[in-house]
Design a protein around this ligand. Structure first.
Ligand code: ATP
Length: 301
């Protein structure tokens, strides 16, 4: 009988792995648009994290042979720091995130987490170490509790509630008669963009990863909601290593360091103040966005 059940057990495990994979894939919707191409090395160990630093070391990468997207990119995010990545459209920001998740391997150079080349460890352990909070979150047609607990197999109700609190979702949940058992999605309650993002934040809190990859382009939200969500994101990033891909520079001005990507290389890096004084690409982008914001304000008056 065990002979019969072992494959079924395996199937259950594979199913859970695929299901987890699917949600990660869905979360990565903006980031990935091709099939997974890499495989674990035989006997690869799990990533062991004591100090979650992230290092890109002379990384060269192109999707196609004749076009290089990252062109010798090097930087280090020390453990516990909150860094932002900015750069013109097409500079390679999302590509960098895909490489950190090992959806592709670089053609040259290395990516290290806590000193371990991500090529040498299992992909499952790598992906368990990184949480993503995307701008468009995917929710299941299931309860709020299920959608939050999805962050990690076996999450307890207490962990789910703590995560909901951390993501400032309790105000909403307390107003619902069935609280965590409220169905969401097409069959149930429709959540606003901001609420969906809070569910994604709670899911990430349940996962409790040492490294966060944030996508701060919260363009779908109104300013007040955006400010609230940003405050929550900053709070959950506080004791973790984080990399925020930012489109609007105003959201990342207080990052520990801003990495400015241009033509596949690190063009500049520094704090907001340092980069403004440097008067280079970042200062130019900042001035342009400030002018655009002013125009919008004038149009609104
Ligand atoms: P944005 O700010 O507009 O989101 P980005 O800095 O995130 O841009 P990437 O999405 O990393 O830029 O894209 C970098 C370059 O790689 C672009 O020129 C893009 O066309 C190209 N690219 C992205 N994905 C693929 C792919 N799957 N196959 C081939 N080329 C791709």
């Amino acid at each position: 009988l065990t002979q019969l059940f072992r494959p079924l057990d395996m199937l259950g495990m594979v199913y859970r792995t695929i299901r987890q994979g699917l949600i990660d894939m869905a979360e990565m919707f903006r980031l990935i648009d091709t099939n997974v191409e890499v495989a674990d090395k035989p006997g690869a160990p799990a990533l062991v994290i004591r100090k979650p630093s992230v290092v890109f070391e002379d990384v060269v990468f192109g999707y196609e042979n004749d076009r290089t997207i990252l062109n010798g990119l090097s930087f280090e995010v020390p453990a516990g720091r909150n860094y932002a990545i900015v750069g013109p459209s097409g500079a390679g920001k999302s590509t960098l995130a895909r490489l950190l998740f090992r959806f592709y391997d670089p053609q040259h150079g290395r990516i290290l987490i806590d000193g371990q080349d991500i090529k040498d460890v299992t992909q499952a352990s790598l992906r368990a170490a990184i949480g993503i909070v995307p701008q468009d979150s995917v929710l299941f047609n299931d309860t709020i509790g299920y959608n939050i607990g999805y962050g990690r197999d076996g999450a307890t109700q207490a962990e789910i509630e703590a995560a909901a609190k951390g993501a400032a979702l309790m105000g909403l949940i307390d107003r619902l008669p069935k609280r965590f058992d409220t169905e969401v999605g097409e069959r149930g309650l429709k959540l606003s963009g901001g609420e969906k993002q809070r569910v994604a934040i709670a899911r990430t809190l349940v996962k409790n990863p040492p490294i966060l990859m944030l996508d701060e382009a919260t363009s779908a939200l109104d300013t007040r909601t955006e400010q609230d969500i940003l405050a929550t994101l900053h709070r959950i990033a506080e004791h973790r290593t984080s990399l925020s891909i930012a489109h609007r520079l105003s959201t990342i001005a207080d990052a520990d360091k801003i990495l400015v990507l241009n033509e596949g290389r690190l063009a500049e890096s520094g704090t907001h103040g340092e980069l403004l004084r440097h008067d280079g690409l970042y200062a130019e982008m900042w001035a342009r966005q400030a002018a655009e914001a002013e125009e919008l304000d004038e149009a609104a008056e």
